[in-house]
Design a protein around this ligand. Structure first.
Ligand code: FE
Ligand code: FE
Length: 286
């Protein structure tokens, strides 16, 4: 839960006044139960965010977004330039932090590196939220960040703030509101449309370059109803079941590395530039 000071700093950012930057809590000061605690936090910002998200993320909306954004007609950037571009964004859906995005990416990646994981895993930590550049291309945050969920079938109760789905037209459409909806049992998540957001966008961008385990982490890291709550198992196949552990292995780095003292980007830049050069082309088409 953010402190009053952090919340007022967030508010200051939203209204554009000049106040001191938020202070950062050191790692270990915050109990794990205090992360993602939407109820206790009582942050109207987060509730409003999820209400808007849950009302508008229909199957038709997702299909339209896929045809628009997955044409990759925005701009050409080097991976590093994209990270710098992303750094101006504050994620409204997240009750825990008001950190610059690159700091969050660096903290995630550095925690993975400290634990001795393979370099592609470290790189995945460093890139996993890069899809949030969609916000900077004009997409509203409720269509970019926050937890994801399948569309075209019943909304599981395990989804955060699931009561807001009452206002989603698909929840009242008999084609889409049954357990399977438009899908077949065991069809595999690759055949399932998730609510539109940064995960799916970055997955398609990174698909040619990273191993399948990394792609699972990127594509499903916001699908908490599946990787944390165990919902929607009836849509998954063997490949999903095998890779679930990678998504779950990634999650603590995404969540609990957030409050650390910010690492120094300039010191770490050479390492991460080399890592990007090993796996990615010099420019990406966004
Ligand atoms: Fe994310
Ligand atoms: Fe993240």
């Amino acid at each position: 839960m953010p402190t009053i000071e952090q919340m007022s700093n967030q508010f200051a950012k939203e209204i554009g006044s000049e106040m001191d930057a938020p202070s950062f809590t050191a790692v270990g000061e915050k109990p794990k139960s205090a992360f993602r605690d939407y109820e206790q936090a009582g942050i109207d910002r987060v509730r409003t965010f999820y209400r808007t998200n849950h009302i508008h993320q229909t199957l038709a909306f997702v299909l339209e977004k896929k045809s628009h954004w997955l044409a990759f007609q925005q701009r050409t950037m080097s991976p590093w330039a994209a990270l710098e571009f992303l750094n101006t964004l504050v994620d409204e859906s997240d009750p825990d932090i008001e950190l610059p995005q690159v700091v969050h990416l660096l903290q995630t990646a550095e925690a993975i590196r400290r634990d001795g994981h393979p370099d592609w895993f470290v790189l995945t930590g460093f890139l996993h939220d890069l899809g949030k550049v969609l916000c900077l291309f004009g997409e509203p945050q409720w269509a970019v960040v926050g937890d994801t969920f399948p569309v075209g079938c019943q909304h599981a109760e395990e989804i955060v703030f699931s009561s807001y789905f009452n206002e989603n037209p698909d929840a009242h459409d008999p084609r889409y509101n049954t357990r399977l909806g438009i899908y077949e049992a065991g069809c595999g998540l690759d055949a399932v449309h998730l609510s539109w957001g940064h995960d799916e966008y970055l997955y398609h961008l990174m698909k040619p370059y990273l191993p399948i385990e990394a792609l699972y982490m990127i594509r499903y890291h916001s699908f908490y109803a599946w990787h944390r709550e165990g919902a929607y198992g009836y849509l998954t196949n063997e490949q999903d079941a095998e890779n679930l552990r990678w998504v779950q292995a990634f999650n603590p780095y995404d969540l609990y590395s957030k409050s650390a003292n910010p690492p120094v980007l300039s010191e770490l830049r050479p390492y991460y530039e080399d890592l990007m050069a090993k796996y990615l082309p010099s420019t990406l088409q966004f």
